[in-house]
Design a protein around this ligand. Structure first.
Ligand SMILES: [Zn+2]
Length: 388
């Protein structure tokens, strides 16, 4: 006796009664076989249904021969009548994604002759891999056609051709399959051999949104979402864009141009500030001409700025430039620079005394310390050789 597969008779069935045929202990729970079930077992790229039987969680569902085996957390009495409930919201989402994938694959097969060679339903998006190239600029046209097919709200035609009929059925498959074959037809769009569960009418898919098309192995990978997922994603993107629009004082469909404008303005500003900073560094360095060793704490410099200013001071001071930038709370980045001598021992002493790290070459040491201004000044008190 085989399990009667209610999910193939009514894809919208969420509750059903059945009798327990067998219940056997297994790793992680009990394997339960019912005389009939609406729980779809994992297969054809579609995850299994979840839910419960008499309130006992169903953890996994697999097909074994003609039987559907439910992995349950607890045992059920053999022969008992039970009530099964599938997580219909999850199932409907999977039907929307899976059915949308048929429509997109059908159009792509018809237009480019490409095959769907990999299909993955992730938690967020679904991906389809094709065995050839689809120009990314064709995506809007494919998406528009898929949505037009959805909104026609055509009923699906699912049937098992006879052994004689089968060779004449132009179903999408990379290889010929042995009879019997379950053929799923989205009239005018796609004919495919498939064991999954689908919506009854294309309109139930609601919406297809193609997200990206990138090179993958010898072909491309398309990312997409359908139905409720598409609405949720587009709503989230809209909300983000609304915030960007508000922050940039730009119209909601002109945020891209506004972001580019602001990026350009930032780049120009950075160029201007770099020029000003260079002038300021020259001015600061000149004030240390022939002064010997210099210790200076400067606000708000990044490591590149610290290096540049320390180097400019070392060029003219005739001794060592010790430059720090940071805060007492966060610590300081530093650079030691000199045109003559070896600063490496001093650098080691500095980092070990002031809880820091760093390194470099004889005339140039950089690093950071976890110490405050007072400790830094204390460290250098006896180490400075000043010319005036
Ligand atoms: Zn299918």
């Amino acid at each position: 006796m085989s399990t009667h597969k209610l999910y193939y008779e009514d894809c919208h069935l969420s509750e059903f009664t059945a009798h327990v045929v067998s219940c056997t202990p297994t790793e992680g729970g009990w394997h339960i076989i019912l005389d009939q079930t609406a729980f779809y077992p994992e297969g054809g790229g579609q995850p299994c249904d979840l839910g419960n039987i008499n309130g006992i969680p169903v953890l996994d569902v697999q097909e074994q021969g003609e039987d559907v085996v439910h992995l349950c957390a607890e045992a059920l009495e053999t022969g008992a009548e039970v009530l099964g409930k599938i997580d219909y919201e999850r199932r409907f989402d999977l039907m929307q994604q899976h059915s949308g994938e048929h429509i997109v694959s059908g159009f792509i097969h018809a237009k480019y002759g490409l095959h769907n060679v990999g299909f993955h339903m992730g938690a967020d998006v679904i991906t389809i891999d094709f065995d050839g190239i689809i120009p990314a600029e064709d995506l809007p046209e494919i998406e528009a056609k898929a949505n037009a097919a959805i909104w026609k709200n055509t009923p699906l035609h699912i049937w098992y051709p006879t052994e004689e009929e089968l060779p004449g059925v132009p179903y999408r498959s990379k290889r010929a399959l042995p009879w019997p074959v379950r053929v799923v037809e989205f009239p005018g769009v796609d004919i495919c051999a498939c064991c999954g569960v689908h919506v009854a009418y294309t309109g139930e898919i609601g919406l297809v949104k193609l997200l990206s098309c990138v090179k993958f192995h010898q072909g491309v990978r398309i990312e997409m979402v359908c139905g409720g997922r598409a609405v949720a994603l587009l709503s989230a993107v809209y909300e983000e864009n609304r915030q960007v629009s508000h922050a940039f004082s730009a119209k909601i469909l002109e945020t891209g141009a506004a972001a580019r404008r602001i990026n350009d303005a930032l780049a120009a500003e950075k160029f201007r500030v770099t020029g000003l900073q260079r002038q300021l560094f020259d001015y600061i360095a000149a004030s240390y001409a022939d002064k010997g060793d210099v210790l200076r704490l400067e606000d708000g410099l990044d490591p590149a700025g610290i290096r540049e200013l320390a180097d400019k001071i070392a060029e003219v001071c005739g001794g060592m430039a010790a430059l720090f930038s940071g805060t007492d709370g966060e610590g300081y980045n530093f650079c030691l620079a000199a045109r003559q001598g070896d600063l490496r021992d001093l650098g080691k002493e500095l980092t070990s005394t002031l809880n820091g790290r760093g390194g470099g070459k004889p005339g140039f040491i950089q690093g950071s310390v976890k110490a405050d201004k007072q400790a830094i000044e204390e460290f250098f008190k006896d180490k400075m050789r000043n010319h005036s």
